[in-house]
Design a protein around this ligand. Structure first.
Ligand SMILES: [Zn+2]
Length: 87
């Protein structure tokens, strides 16, 4: 009985290792991998730009103010827009 369990575990590990090797091979040695890396770069840059205010610079995501239309705004710009300049 234990031999069957051990064989099942080893077979599962073998399948996981083959799947991991295929995934790494696709990502490192094919145009698909390059495309995925470039897409991740684009997403990262888009996230950074979305978190950067043109006036006040980079902001943290949890500090942004969500407007009624669903867009987000820098907290300092929101404060200045709604309550006027506060020095
Ligand atoms: Zn701002």
């Amino acid at each position: 009985m234990s031999a069957i369990l051990l064989e099942s575990v080893l077979f599962t590990v073998l399948i996981a290792l083959v799947a991991a090797a295929v995934a790494v091979g696709l990502q490192e040695f094919t145009p698909l991998g390059l495309w995925l890396k470039q897409r991740r770069n684009r997403d990262r840059i888009d996230r950074e730009v979305a978190l950067t205010c043109g006036v006040h610079g980079p902001q943290r995501a949890h500090e942004l103010v969500r407007l009624r239309d669903g867009s987000t705004m820098c907290p300092l710009c929101y404060q200045e827009t709604v309550h006027g300049l506060i020095s």
